[in-house]
Design a binder for this molecule. Sequence first.
Ligand code: NDP
Length: 606
Amino acid sequence: MATKTHAETAATGFDKTALRRKYAEERAKRIRPDGNDQYRRLEGKFAAYAEDPHMPVKPREPVRDHVTFAFIGGGFAGLVTGARLAERGIDDVRIIEKGGDFGGTWYWNRYPGAQCDTASMIYMPLLEETGHMPSEKYAHGPEILEHCQRIGRQYDLYQKALFQTEVTELKWDEANHRWIIRTNRGDEFTAQFLSMGTGPLHVAKLPGIEGIETFAGKSMHTSRWNYDYTGGDPAGAPMDGLADKRVAIIGTGATAVQCVPHLANAAKELFVFQRTPSSVDRRDNRPIDPEWFNAIATPGWQKRWLENFTANQAAGPGAQEDLVQDGWTDIARRLRARIFALPPEQMNPEGIMAAFEDADFEKMEEIRGRTDELVDDEATAQALKAWYRQLCKRPCFHDAYLAAFNTPGTHLIDTGGQGVERITETGIVVNSQEYPVDCIIYASGFEVGSDYTDRAGYDVTGRDGIKLSKYWAKGMRSKHGIHVHGFPNMFIVQPTQGANLISNIPHNLTESGETIAEVVAHAVEQDISEVEVTKEAEDDWVKLLLSGQGLMIGAQDCTPGYYNNEGQEPGPKAKLAVGHPAGAMAYFKYIQGWRESGAFEGLEFR
Ligand code: NDP
């Protein structure tokens, strides 16, 4: 890092010009013309990789009946919405889920070490309602999956649920004011109200590496972990099936960061193929002390914690005592400290952006410093350093990942930003060198950036035959990210066009579930057959969204990844993938007032 100018280093102690140049160079190595097209789905010859390793498909008769409320997706979104409906006395609810049980992402992702990256106290929904005390600050996958089942049981959501079932068609029946739902199991039933919460990251993808189909050993995607092959279990039993195996893992994102330490312990040899290093900050997980929990778990505690975490994400004033205190709140805390230290003449957008950059450089220098501290081999430590701003990619937190590279037999194969060159019948080729392996694990992530209906696997036909894919052809349009004009009695549960809070997705889902339950309860009480957002209200909401600054993550000058459409111009649709211009906390306050007023302004009840 040469060419430090005095002015650039004096204030912060690091060479900003050199860092900016290094970031740009590393980004340039990774930009590729095929963008999202470099990936492929688990289809065709890869269909076997997509099969459910957790439960064989159970035969059943097709369903032909009517329910008050149908929800597509049995993850957190469906569970919290179902729970809020049940609390309001609407129990004729059917959840349709492609997995064999509730859990969504936690049903599928049972790779070793799977763990929530956001504190359990705010990540796990309905803790107060179920009385469950999380066992750790960051709970592991099996506990979260069990919690999903607990919610399902407590709110009687199993009774009508259809598992191992995928929706194939949703059609509004104008004459009867209801939705017709068809599935891949031959079901054809109707629902007065319909809701969708299919999750943002549910379509697994593979890298389109030359020769990928020729590999003769075992292959699996992390979201379809095969314990029959590896031995062990999601609770952490040793994977003794790997003791005599040479194992490769492709990808070093949030998933790989969690499972690499387990693979390093279990495999005879582990080869970690890296294209871009993750930023891996400290995790500092610890058990939750029941005495402490009982003291804080007074009525309304979880809402207080949720709001506290969200408020502490804001850059401006209004932050309170930080209850969660972790890497997420640290990002905003540092930024606030720098902004408030600005002299009055620099308290302007440029000054604030510069403070943001300084806070980021400081944080990333610390994170890069961890690799020197924790990784014995100097070249490996160097290769594990992330050269981009922290929110360019999903920030990771782990206490064992970096040190795992000190395990004998664990090798980092850095591809210099180019990715794996080729896969052969017997192994993986990088820089013309073949690494023979018995098993390839794809930690290659999930499809992002494709159209909602493409990922969902079905289209929705609304009033007058309008298709949701067509209505959203130029980008999402909604009010609150929930209601869509032309699609009566339909609700969507996801973060975009609402709070868009990425550090704790369940907060978005809980608020949407609450809002939908309030609207539906009102409609049922008043014996109303149709609820629909007016065109005007939807347009006004979209206008409000577009008045904001846009996304704070995924800038085009970031290293490529799913946060920024693989570094390619995302087009006009991305402008609509935003949240409330005043921030997440403002949205949550607004939506609570909106639903509690009982006026449901912008909706038409017929
Ligand atoms: P990601 O998309 O984050 O990572 C995919 C990895 O595969 C990247 O490291 C990518 O490199 C690499 N890759 C892709 N193509 C190639 C190639 N040709 N050669 C070599 N490497 C390649 O997927 P994850 O499953 O890790 O994470 C997805 C998301 O799931 C996370 O961002 C997070 O939101 C969520 N998650 C949440 C957790 C939680 O606790 N709540 C835990 C785990 C995941 P490159 O970076 O260069 O593209």
